[in-house]
Design a protein. Structure first.
Length: 387
């Protein structure tokens, strides 16, 4: 199987996907804008060929790269990046080279939040009221229905970039002082804990792996308020969350894909659908899958792609947590004190690339325990401040 992998060097830990693709027997063909010498040894070893482009946004350059690969290696059977930023580019390349996977006519349902609302409703999942607005008059009409606060975000945005909470007419007017750079959606503000249903679906949409996570707060608050964040995988997925998550996997037609589905949990069995990402959950969460269950999700994904091997025996043995720290916050305990006290629980200390640091902190601790109380104790210790 010939697999084109866009940006195989970033994020750094995604090299494991390429390594396992090669181990499963795939011919892995990389495209990126970095010099070949700058790729890690793991990436270079995994790639059968590498085509450098000056800019991954240059679509004509990507077409030339895939044309070269087709001429040299034959039919291209997959094109992946596992990165939300490139989903639309992948879909366009699949259209032009007749590659299996999500195509251009399907991309809006997993990229545009306004389209996501329709799919959530098809799955009988509640959503926040809202719609795309193009000017101040339309925005005021929406606010007249929902009241303040409202959340404004790009309809096809990535993560929490350019996402704002608006609490007054002044905030709303400020948003429209200059022409908006893209289509924006305004939504009524929904309160509740952020939770997610995450996993991997096979070619028929059956779940190969699934888990759930609970977050200390939303990414919007983390980014806009300069806060640290924590989130924890759950050994037992709440039944209602799993039911709604499975409905969404079906409604969004997840096939041979990772998925990350976010909800507001408002207590009891009340959940409100937030958004879906048809890629692995962000940060180091794929590593957390492995630590929580003692599995190798990278190998599982690669075998699914190459051999349609869609079975995985696993047990959620641990609650696995991520707790970030941000430079400039006066933390009470040093890194040395954290490791001295909880070194037996901590499985990874990650340095976060700058592009992700506003959401994931400058450093992240990953740790696990069979007991949720232990994880919560570690989070409190890491996040304790003298301020």
């Amino acid at each position: 199987m010939n697999v084109v992998f866009l940006s195989p060097h970033f994020p750094e830990h995604y090299a494991a996907f390429c390594t396992e693709l090669r181990a499963a027997g795939a011919t892995v063909l990389g495209i990126a804008d970095a010099p070949y010498e700058a790729l890690s040894p793991a990436v270079r070893e995994a790639l059968a060929a590498y085509y450098r482009v000056d800019d991954l946004h240059d679509y004509d350059g990507l077409v030339r790269a895939l044309g070269y690969f087709t001429h040299k290696y034959g039919k291209l059977e997959r094109c992946e990046s596992l990165n939300e930023y490139w989903l639309a580019t992948e879909a366009r390349l699949r259209d032009d080279f007749n590659i299996e996977g999500i195509r251009g006519h399907q991309i809006d349902a997993i990229r545009r939040k306004s389209e996501m609302k329709q799919r959530f409703r098809q799955a009988d999942v509640a959503v926040a009221p809202g719609r795309v607005v193009h000017d101040l008059a339309q925005a005021r009409a929406l606010v007249a229905e929902t009241g303040y606060p409202v959340v404004a975000k790009p309809d096809a945005g990535v993560g929490a970039l350019d996402t704002y909470r608006l609490d007054s007419d002044h905030d709303l007017e400020a948003l429209f002082e200059a022409p908006l750079p893209a289509d924006y959606i305004l939504e009524g503000f929904v309160t509740g804990a952020i939770v997610s249903f995450d996993g991997l679906a096979d070619r028929e949409g059956r779940l190969v792996f699934a888990t759930g996570h609970r977050y200390s707060q939303g990414i919007m608050e983390t980014v806009n308020e300069g806060r640290h964040i924590s989130y924890t995988s759950l050994r037992e997925i709440p039944p209602r969350l799993e039911e709604l998550g499975r409905r969404c996997v079906a409604a969004f037609e997840a096939r041979e894909r990772f998925f990350h589905i976010e909800f507001f949990h408002q207590g009891g069995d009340d959940y409100v659908g937030l958004e879906i990402n048809m890629r692995p959950p962000g940060g180091f969460t794929t590593d957390m899958f492995n630590y929580a269950c003692d599995i190798d999700i990278y190998r599982t994904w690669a075998r699914l792609l190459v051999h349609d091997a869609g079975r995985l025996a696993y047990e959620r043995k641990y609650h696995c947590s991520y707790a970030s720290r941000k430079n400039g916050i006066p933390y009470t305990h040093s890194h040395g004190e954290i490791m001295e006290r909880f070194g037996g629980d901590i499985v990874k200390v990650a340095s976060v690339p700058g592009v992700f640091s506003s959401a994931l902190g400058d450093v992240g601790y990953i740790f696990r325990s069979p007991e949720i109380e232990r994880n919560e104790e570690i989070i409190r210790f890491i996040h304790a401040t003298s301020a």
